[in-house]
Ligand binder design. Sequence first.
Ligand code: OGA
Ligand code: MN
Length: 291
Amino acid sequence: MELVPLAQGFGVEVRGVSVLDVATDAEAYKAVRAAFEEHSLLLFRDQPIADDIQVAYSRAFGPLELTKAVSVGAGSFYSRLTNVGPDGAIVPPSHRQVLVAQANALWHTDSSFKKTPALASVLSARVLPGADGDTEFTSTRLAWERLPGDLRARLQDAVATHSYANSRDQIHPDLANAEERKALPPVRWRMNWLNPTNNRRALYIASHAYAIDGMDDRDARQLLAELMDETTKREFVYVHKWHQGDVVMWDNRAMLHRGRPWDYARERSMVRTTISATAADGLDQVTPTVH
Ligand code: OGA
Ligand code: MN
């Protein structure tokens, strides 16, 4: 296995090991798992990807999430990010599936709004629009390490509230419907996530986060916006330009990501599988202690 750096301080392209190797060979899994813990973002190129291969790869890392109700792929292991509707035609730009892409264009970490947040996401390119539609990544581990010491001390035990509706409401008031709002009530997480394999901490924030325990709501939103701005400065961002056959995996404990727009009259279809965090991934560290 060869690891080729993608960005300053995080992200590697994995060469010499395929996603199928990881699914079928314990040694390959071990090596790739170690790279994931260390580098937070992995890229595999030229993969003969299909749904079953993606699931076989993903489930090596832990339990898989089921796609939530209302989303495309609901109830399955697959989250289908696509602007093609059930009838096979490209949906109009006002369609929910395009609004979903626009919500994904807010900096976020996957599933911080769920009762069990995500350890990792695996995203494969299936149909690319020809130009644009990049995905951007930044390291919240490096962001944590850059914070001034007094702010880091303040955030050590700080707890933020996340909700699905908070990010969707920034795009369109009806994007999160009544069923989703009911199924996904706000959840609270410590604002940093300690990785138990290397003891490195990462800032844990997202467009889903909006309140901080013990803080005035306006001040909390202001602080979250400042943390987000600092974390996502251009010089800290890796822009992934997709090629056919690319499979990208990221650590939701230590990365923020966002999708970029494209010409919505062209098809862009991606498939995501998502691995839930467990105690071994430090879930207990990010869960606020009940008083
Ligand atoms: C995701 C996501 C952005 C994109 O799959 O979780 O946010 O570029 N994707 O498709
Ligand atoms: Mn996402």
